[in-house]
Design a protein around this ligand. Structure first.
Ligand code: PEP
Ligand code: MG
Length: 897
């Protein structure tokens, strides 16, 4: 049998069979829109007759150098015949013409793809026939000019402004502002003018042959797959470029046939909050694009109940049916033609992070989906977004009191954003990539603005509503966004906006609140959201906890951080970097004295002064983590990091010498000498970590004493302490054999002194490839491993973790030399293989070896999945990422059951 390139909406069974019964396969074949139109047809939802040209046809067309594959066009013609039978109309017939729309539809919804072409089939003859039929010349010529305009811009690539400018001029001439005030003759005149525009721009006439229209529209959709904006969008949304798009040909139904007609878009639940209410807009006597474009003021969907009660009741019913069928919140488009309701699209609705979480939890509670599905449906990035900063309420109130509030629009995508204004997407991208925080401000956005929207911290538009392009895209990518702030008047030529009597020029600061829909001039400080108020998230994470195997610990250096991490659900502290405590103002001079001491005695004195500080810190952390393990890492960085900058001291010495100042000169010269003597060409590979401990054991001995004194003191107060002492940067087991017994002895001595025994472990960080390769030996001494993947990545790649990103690494990622930044996501093949080897070898020696990760990767969902796969016990990440990690760990466990 010849290849089947075209499926009628009623042929979904056949489509399903051809892909082996799998719904994802049907979506791949027909595209999301086509698959759902067919599915709605199958379950008895009223869909206008039509058909889909497959994504395979698109790929075949593009591969063959823009040639329809054999048999495709014939199948399209045959499908048109069937639609003619179903509708009782004829394509191109002057008396009873069939009109169709042509819509692109890839597997995944892509706002960056080709727009729709409506009213295909109209020409000078059929238009006359339509007038006879409808007795409504105004309606017919409005439809005809729309076809010429859409065909001209979408299919033939003429800029839409060429048409819109003429339309605006005519309205101005007539002294009117609304399209609805134009007469039949006006539309007729515009149709002719629009045809002239086509001729002028393209050198040929607007095609009168309906089949030619259909053919060119089909080709245009195919070609749009590799249009710049589609490619950009796919790159940003990580959609594969080889999927192709379907082409949907759908019988036209008209929402602009009078006041019994209308059209709208709706979500089956509120896409901003997730509340279980219908949410959407509609217009009576209008076509779909009028609603989306925001030209006329739309009405709220529930008002339709009063306007057209029967159609509304049926609509509510269908929305419920679709949600039950798809078990997902739907985003639908509908048209009512003379009282009859038609569904033109349904798809899973895009939503804010907050809504995603609420909908998942509600649907599980409603019994529509399982808890496991609810957990899988929320993306780790949703959790991240929800915990985004918000404006400090007091500061915001004060800004409002000072008259800095410029406008209020629709709260399209939540979160607070502060940045400088850029009035176009290219500039927003340029500034954003250059490291500036940018708020992109536009009257409205179009698909080819997406690159600027992604580079911006926030988006503000003066037009459009909750379902406008800006709103949909911003929500998807978690960019705070306010749309339809109609008090803002934007002057693109003068590069400034005016609102509430304030002029804001390009490059000046703006703060927008995507949660409340407000915009302010200037910078408003932001605050972190309150996790404990996010009850749906807390519920969802409690379900996630039931599925995950990995524990989630946190990296915290101070008692407050530890307490916060625990609040977020951390089950332990995986890394407490003790040296951070050395940098505090009153401690640093003591640390420096300790480093510079010329005698053992002098050093011991300084260490003795430091001990109470460290003990106090540890007591606080143990208390905050009562009952949970706390890993404390012994000093890691090279000592020069605690001393002043060599250059600064040198400059000071020179200045003193030049000015002949003697006061303090000798001390500074001594300091300079000490710093110079510690100089290493390659300090990250120098005397740091365990090496430093072996050469200068006094510091770690003090630290271990402080840890155990703190632990015993807390234990005596009834706190359940579980200290785990971590030795950094081990490369050879002999290093541990030298230092660890000395430290264990101190631990035992302190416990004996304090008369209390606490549970403890000594272990090591795995940060050096050699430690991975010899992990069986290392585990003979170390009682636990924690991967320091920051250093392990640095050492494995040989990339300096401090310099690589600023020099070559981002280019590597952009050019695809590396698939991702290995300092963010674990390089599974390289670094990951070493980790896997370390786990296996380590456990071969010590079967109950506890293994975790405390590098930055511990909070990265992809890396967390890898940690799950190699059987680690836990991941440890920054406190704010703990909720993300809890969810990501559950995703990994469910996916790899
Ligand atoms: C690491 O190297 O991954 C690590 C956690 O240690 P630091 O970042 O302190 O070197
Ligand atoms: Mg390290």
């Amino acid at each position: 049998m010849a290849d089947k390139w075209v499926y009628l909406f009623e042929e979904v069974d056949e489509a399903e069979k051809s892909v082996g019964g799998d719904w994802e396969g049907v979506r791949s074949l027909l595209g999301g829109k086509g698959a759902n139109l067919a599915e709605m047809t199958r379950i008895g939802v009223p869909v206008p007759p039509g058909f889909t040209v497959t994504t395979q046809a698109c790929n075949a067309y593009l591969e063959a150098g823009e040639q329809f594959p054999e048999g495709m066009w014939e199948q399209e013609l045959a499908a048109m015949k069937r639609v003619e039978e179903q509708t009782g109309k004829k394509f191109g017939d002057a008396k009873n013409p069939l009109l169709v729309s042509c819509r692109s539809g890839a597997k995944f919804s892509m706002p960056g793809m080709m727009d729709t072409v409506l009213n295909i089939g109209l020409n000078d003859e059929t238009a006359k026939g339509m007038v006879e039929l409808t007795d409504d010349e105004r309606f017919v010529y409005d439809a005809y000019r729309r076809l010429v305009q859409m065909f001209g811009s979408v299919v033939l690539g003429i800029s839409d402004e060429a048409f819109e400018d003429v339309l605006d001029e005519l309205k101005e001439e007539r002294g009117i502002t609304s399209d609805t005030d134009l007469t039949a003759d006006d539309w007729k005149e515009l149709t002719v003018t629009f045809q002239k525009i086509v001729r002028e721009h393209k050198g040929f006439d607007f095609p009168q042959d309906p089949y030619e229209q259909l053919k060119l529209a089909t080709e245009a959709v195919f070609k749009s797959w590799f249009g710049k904006r589609a490619v950009d969008y796919r790159n940003a949304a990580k959609i594969a470029h080889d999927l192709g798009t379907g082409v949907n040909i759908v019988t036209m139904v008209f929402g602009n046939m009078g006041w019994e007609s209308g059209t709208g878009v709706a979500f089956t639940r509120d896409p901003a909050t997730g509340e279980n209410v219908l949410y959407g807009d509609y217009l009576l006597n209008a076509q779909g694009e009028d609603v989306v474009a925001g030209i006329r003021n739309t009405k709220k969907i529930d008002e339709l109940g009063a306007d057209l009660p029967e159609a509304y009741a049926q609509f509510v019913d269908i929305c419920g049916k679709l949600e039950q069928h798809y078990r997902e919140m739907q985003d639908v488009e509908f048209t009512i033609e003379n009282g009859k309701l038609w569904m033109l699209q349904t798809r899973d609705g895009k939503r804010t992070a907050k809504a995603a979480i609420k909908i998942a939890v509600d649907m599980a509670d409603e019994g529509l989906i399982s808890r496991e599905e609810a957990v899988l449906r929320v993306k780790s990035s949703d959790v991240d977004t929800l915990l985004h900063p918000q404006f400090d309420m007091d500061a915001k109130g004060q800004a409002a009191a000072e008259g800095k509030r410029l406008a209020k629009g629709v709260n399209a995508s939540p979160g607070a954003a502060v940045g400088v204004v850029a009035f176009d997407a290219d500039l927003a991208e340029e500034w954003g990539k250059g490291g500036k925080d940018v708020i992109m401000v536009r009257p409205f956005t179009k698909p080819d603005d997406v690159h600027g929207m992604l580079a911006a911290k926030g988006i503000l538009t003066s037009e459009g509503g909750a379902t406008s392009h800006a709103a949909v895209v911003a929500r998807q990518f978690g960019v705070p966004c306010v749309v339809g702030a109609s008090d803002v008047s934007i002057n693109l030529e003068r590069r400034q906006m005016t609102a509430n009597g304030v002029v804001v020029k390009e490059g000046e600061w703006l703060s927008i609140d995507g949660t409340s829909g407000e915009a302010f001039v200037g910078q408003i400080p932001t605050v972190e959201p309150k996790f404990e108020e996010e009850t749906d998230l807390i519920t969802l994470l409690s379900w996630a906890d039931e599925f995950r195997r990995l524990q989630v610990w946190a990296n915290a250096d101070y008692p407050d951080d530890a307490a916060r991490a625990r609040g977020f659900g951390a089950q332990g502290i995986g890394l407490c970097r003790t040296e951070h405590m050395f940098f505090e103002e009153e401690r640093l001079p003591i640390v420096q004295r300790m480093i510079l001491a010329e005698t053992e005695d002098g050093r011991d004195k300084a260490l003795a002064e430091l001990l109470p500080f460290q003990r106090g810190d540890f007591e606080g952390i143990f208390k905050a983590m009562d009952g949970l393990p706390v890993i404390i890492r012994l000093i890691d960085p090279p000592l020069h990091e605690f001393l002043p900058n060599e250059r600064d001291v040198l400059e000071d010495v020179i200045e003193k010498r030049v000015k002949g100042e003697t006061q303090g000169l000798a001390e500074q010269e001594e300091l300079l000498e000490a710093i110079e003597s510690m100089h290493e060409s390659n300090p990250m590979m120098g005397m740091r970590g365990v090496r430093l401990s072996i050469i200068m054991p006094g510091i770690v001995k003090m630290q271990v004493r402080a840890i155990f004194e703190a632990a015993c003191n807390m234990a005596n107060q009834g706190v359940a302490v579980k200290p785990e002492i971590m030795i950094p940067l081990t490369g050879h087991v002999n290093e541990l054999k030298v230092i660890q017994p000395q430290l264990v002895k101190i631990a035992k001595d302190v416990m004996a002194e304090k008369g209390v025994e606490v549970e403890y472990k000594f272990g090591t960080m795995i940060e050096i490839p050699r430690a991975c390769v010899t992990a069986d030996e290392v585990a003979s001494v170390a009682e636990f491993f924690s991967f320091g993947t920051n250093d392990l990545t640095q050492m494995t790649f040989g990339y300096s973790r401090d310099d690589a990103e600023a020099r070559f690494l981002l280019t590597y990622v952009e050019d695809g030399i590396l698939p991702q930044n290995p300092f963010q996501t674990i390089d599974r093949n390289g670094v990951g293989s070493l980790m896997k080897m370390a786990v296996e070898k380590g456990r071969a020696t010590r079967s109950d070896l506890e293994v975790g990760i405390c590098g930055e990767h511990g909070g990265d969902p992809d890396s967390i999945e890898f940690c799950h796969l190699i059987n680690q016990n836990y991941v440890s990440c920054s406190p704010f990422r703990v909720p993300v990690a809890r969810l990501a760990a559950a995703h990994a466990a469910i996916k790899h059951k």
